[in-house]
Design a protein around this ligand. Structure first.
Ligand code: KG4
Ligand code: ZN
Length: 340
C-alpha cells in the first residue's frame, strides 16, 4: 500500500517575524522568515507596527515558502497556524489568513501553541539531530518566554518553572540597552562575552523559590552598577565593555543552569532540550555540553534556524496533530495568553 504524502503549510506571526514553511511527512521543504527591522529604531517590538508589517509580508512569505518547496497549494493536506501565545494584533493576521486559505482550499485547519512548537521543533526530521526520548525536560528561552517544561509525550506537557517577570532574552536586551548596545543586544553580548573575563564583575543572582525565574532584579542591579561606575569614570563602559558583557552573560547562564540542575534532580530526568532565540547563545550551549560530563545529561540543541521564531516548528506540530486527526474549527480564534 502506498503511504500517503502529507503536505503541511504552516504560518507563524506571533511576534515580529512573519514566517511560513512547507513540510512533507515531517521533513522541511522550505522555511521562510521575514524579520521586521522597523522595531530596531524603537529598541523593542512595537505591536501596532508589527501587525501592519505582518499584513504586508504574509502573502509574499507564503508564496515564497510554496515556491521554494516546489509545492502547489492544491497539493496541501492541511494548514497549520500559531493560535497563541503572542501579540494579539500579530496573531490575528496569521490566524485570519490561515482560516481563509484552508476554507478556500477546503482542507483541514490546525491550530498550534507557539510554546509547544518551540519544544516540538526537536521532532523535525533533520540529518545529524537526535530526537529526545520521553520524558525529557525542555527549557524554552527567548525574548518572550522562559520556561522549564516536563515533556511526557508530544502533547502531554507540564510547565514546572517559569519567569515571574522578564524573559531571559529581555535580560540580555535590557542590559544591552543600559550599555548603549543596539536591539536586540543578545547576539552582541554573546560576541563580546567571548573576549571578556566572566568573573570581572559580580552580580548577585536573584533568590526565587523552586523552579521559577526572575530577571528584573538583575537588570536593576546592572543599571545601578553602571550608574555608580560611570560617575567615578565616564569612560567605564567603553573601557570594560567585553568584561561587563562576559560578567552579565555568566550570571544569566548561572541562573539558567542552577534551575535546570534543580529540575533534573527533582524529576530524575537527564534528557535536556533547549529552544527559543537565546539557545543560540554560545555560553549556554557550552554550559549544557559541560552538563553532559558533570551531571550525566544528554542534551539536545535544535538546528539554528529552528531556535528563533520560525514556521518550521509550527509545521511539525501541524504534522503530528494531522496524524492524530486533531483539527480546528473555522470558528477558532487567536488567543494571546494561550497556555501549554
Ligand atoms: O525566539 P526569538 O527569536 O523571539 C522571541 O522572543 O520569541 O528570541 C529573540 C531573543 C532576543 O531577546 C535576543 O536578544 C535573543 O533571543 N538572542 C540571544 C542570542 N541570539 C538571540 N541572546 C543571547 N545570545 C545570543 N547569541
Ligand atoms: Zn518564540
Amino acid at each position: 500500500m502506498a503511504t500517503q504524502n502529507i503536505y503541511i503549510l504552516a504560518i507563524e506571526s506571533s511576534c515580529d517575524d512573519t514566517a511560513a514553511s512547507v513540510m512533507l511527512n515531517g521533513k522541511i521543504l522550505s522555511n521562510v522568515v521575514a524579520g521586521q527591522s522597523i522595531h530596531e529604531a524603537y529598541g523593542g517590538v512595537v505591536p501596532e507596527l508589527a501587525s501592519r508589517a505582518h499584513q504586508q509580508n504574509i502573502v509574499p512569505v507564503v508564496q515564497q515558502a510554496l515556491k521554494r518547496a516546489n509545492v502547489d497549494k492544491k497539493q496541501l493536506s492541511a494548514i497549520a497556524f500559531t493560535r497563541g501565545p503572542g501579540l494579539m494584533g500579530s496573531l490575528l493576521v496569521g490566524t485570519s489568513f490561515a482560516k481563509s486559505m484552508a476554507y478556500g482550499l477546503n482542507i483541514p485547519l490546525i491550530d498550534v501553541n507557539h510554546m509547544q512548537a518551540h519544544i516540538l521543533a526537536h521532532f523535525i526530521d533533520e540529518d545529524g539531530f537526535n530526537k529526545p526520548p520521553f520524558p525529557f525536560l525542555a527549557m524554552t528561552i527567548s525574548g518572550g518566554h522562559t520556561q522549564i517544561v516536563k515533556v511526557n509525550s508530544h502533547f502531554d506537557m507540564e510547565v514546572i518553572g517559569e519567569t515571574i517577570d522578564d524573559a531571559v532574552g529581555e535580560a540580555f536586551d535590557k542590559s544591552g540597552k543600559i550599555l548603549g548596545l543596539g536591539y536586540p543586544a543578545g547576539p552582541e553580548i554573546d560576541k563580546r562575552a567571548k573576549l571578556g573575563n566572566p568573573k570581572a564583575f559580580k552580580f548577585t543572582k536573584p533568590k526565587v523559590e523552586g523552579l521559577n525565574f526572575s530577571f528584573s532584579g538583575l537588570k536593576t542591579a546592572i543599571l545601578y552598577f553602571i550608574q555608580k561606575e560611570t560617575k567615578a569614570n565616564p569612560n567605564f563602559i567603553e573601557e570594560n565593555l567585553n568584561d561587563i558583557c562576559a560578567s552579565i552573560q555568566y550570571t544569566i547562564i548561572g541562573i539558567l543552569i542552577d534551575k535546570l540542575k534543580l529540575a533534573s534532580k527533582q524529576t530524575g530526568i537527564k534528557h535536556i532540550a533547549i529552544g527559543g532565540g537565546v539557545s543560540a547563545n554560545s555560553g549556554i550551549r557550552q554550559a549544557l555540553k559541560d552538563g553532559e560530563g558533570k551531571f550525566g545529561w544528554t542534551t539536545y540543541v535544535p538546528k539554528f534556524e529552528f531556535t528563533t521564531d520560525n514556521a518550521a516548528m509550527i509545521a511539525i506540530v501541524g504534522y503530528l496533530k494531522f496524524l492524530e486527526g486533531e483539527f480546528a474549527q473555522q470558528s477558532v480564534t487567536a488567543s494571546s495568553r494561550l497556555k501549554i
